[in-house]
Design a protein around this ligand. Structure first.
Ligand code: SAM
Length: 439
């Protein structure tokens, strides 16, 4: 199920998801949470809330779903369609918590505001002192984050196996079973689902087995625990790694921590060592969900090299992360910009916002160009002297096949505060070519 259709079906009538003023990391990472907004918070109205109140989202009049009965566009669609709840000119925008495929580029007032914000952020970038402080030991800030927020983590990401069919295969569930299972959870198949051809994802996939998963930047286990709780593959082993040792402790303390199917450990994805217990080519699937964005562009290359080394030929990467223009980016205030599209949050954790073309370049072998584009001028010279994507030691070009890469744009609505928030995420499936030699 696409994450949008998660919210479009069951959660459409629940209390709204993320309030703008509570776009903390915790709520940003979640796609939807059901937390109620404290009354005290509703009283103050910040600048960003004013903008979110005034947002004038574009509507679609010609899409078939806009004239269909509402219950028809609440149900799931194929992976990467990101839901089919289109906002039409006759819809009350506050009738539902979220609308799919809403592109803010057609809301000229919002675009002007966003551009003014980017200019302001550049003119008031983080000081040299802060750039050094927050880039030096990022794990320290993540430790603080997990130390402070230990109780608020768990999200059951039911959409994972729908968006990333390989995770269904790894957990021993065929696509047909998955559709039935998800439909049962939602109270029955919709008319849309009944007419859906059952896709045989096995045919799209290179040969298995899909037993060894590595989740990088696993955090509190928001991905690994749902996978394990639905698992039917006796041979499944998920290595859940994170740079923050506090995050690893949070996972290990969970009552869902199951050593038969998972092992949590500390690892820096940009380091020059592989995680404990994993050798080159030993991993079938790598999950990167809201984790790659925690890196500085200067760490991309080392990370890609590790991923390339760990993944077996034919192995797949499941990727989801923040997209450029997301309201979380627009709202950053002064002193937060560390580099182009790269920020430090109030709690000291870092976040990068990606563009679809940029991700295509990063993963398909044009990493050098992508890094250069992302660096501020004074960094470019140093980068130009560093070796290209072709690794200096092994002479291997790191180029994954892009199976799918898409932008997930959504309008989240806070009915209580009458806010309309433009959110943007990137989602991709990348594969190490089958004919790659193990180095
Ligand atoms: C935004 S959180 C996402 C957590 C989790 N994937 C989720 O979606 O709930 C980013 C995570 O990446 C971890 N992280 C940051 N830098 C890392 C690095 N160099 N290597 C491994 N993990 C890292 C952080 O500790 C944090 O847990």
């Amino acid at each position: 199920m696409s994450s949008s259709s998660v919210s479009s079906s069951k959660e459409a009538k629940t209390t709204v998801t993320e309030s703008v003023d509570s776009l903390s990391l915790n709520t940003l990472v979640s796609d939807t949470t059901n937390s109620k907004i404290p009354e005290a918070e509703t009283k103050k109205l910040s600048e960003i809330q004013t903008i979110a109140r005034q947002a004038n989202p574009p509507t679609q009049s010609s899409h078939p779903s806009s004239t269909a009965p509402l219950e028809n566009h609440l149900k799931r669609t194929s992976p990467f369609d990101f839901g089919s709840r289109y906002l039409s000119s006759t819809d009350d925008v506050f009738a539902w918590n979220a609308w799919d495929h809403v592109d803010p580029s057609q809301d000229s007032a919002f675009v002007s505001y966003a551009n003014a914000q980017y200019t302001f952020q550049r003119e008031n970038a983080a000081s040299e002192f802060d750039r050094k402080r927050f880039n030096a030991e990022p794990e320290k800030w993540w430790d603080k984050f997990y130390g402070n927020n230990a109780a608020n983590f768990f999200k059951d990401r039911k959409w994972l196996r729908q968006e990333f069919p390989v995770l269904g295969l790894a957990t021993g569930v065929s696509h047909a079973e998955l559709v039935r299972e998800l439909a049962a959870e939602q109270g029955g198949l919709s008319t849309v689902d009944k007419g859906l051809p059952v896709i045989n994802h096995e045919e799209d996939m290179p040969d298995g087995p899909w037993n060894t998963i590595l989740e990088i930047g696993a955090g509190a286990g928001n991905t690994v625990f749902p996978l394990i709780s639905h698992n039917r593959n006796d041979h499944l082993m998920i290595h859940a790694v994170d740079f923050s040792k506090k995050a690893v402790e949070v996972m290990k303390r969970s009552e869902l921590y199951n050593t038969k199917h998972m092992i949590a450990s500390q690892w820096d994805m940009a380091s020059d060592q592989l995680p404990e217990g994993l050798s080159p080519g030993s991993v079938d699937v790598i999950i990167l969900i809201f984790a790659f964005s925690a890196l500085s562009p200067r760490q991309w290359k080392a990370t890609l090299k590790n991923i390339w080394t760990l993944l077996r030929p034919g192995g797949e990467i499941c990727f989801r992360d923040y997209g450029r223009g997301d309201l979380a980016q627009v709202r950053f205030k002064k002193g937060r910009l560390l580099g182009e599209n790269f920020y430090v949050r109030g709690d000291g954790t870092r976040v990068y916002f990606f563009e679809e073309d940029e991700l295509r370049r990063i993963w398909s072998g044009q990493l050098h160009q992508a890094i250069r584009d992302s660096l501020v001028e004074e960094e470019e010279e140093a980068h130009d002297r560093s070796p290209d994507t072709k690794d200096a030691d092994t002479q291997i070009t790191i180029a994954f096949e892009i199976i799918k890469l898409a932008t997930d744009r959504r309008l989240l609505v806070n009915r209580q505060k009458q806010l309309k928030m433009y959110r943007c995420w990137m989602q991709g499936r990348f594969r190490k070519p089958l004919d790659t030699q193990l180095s």
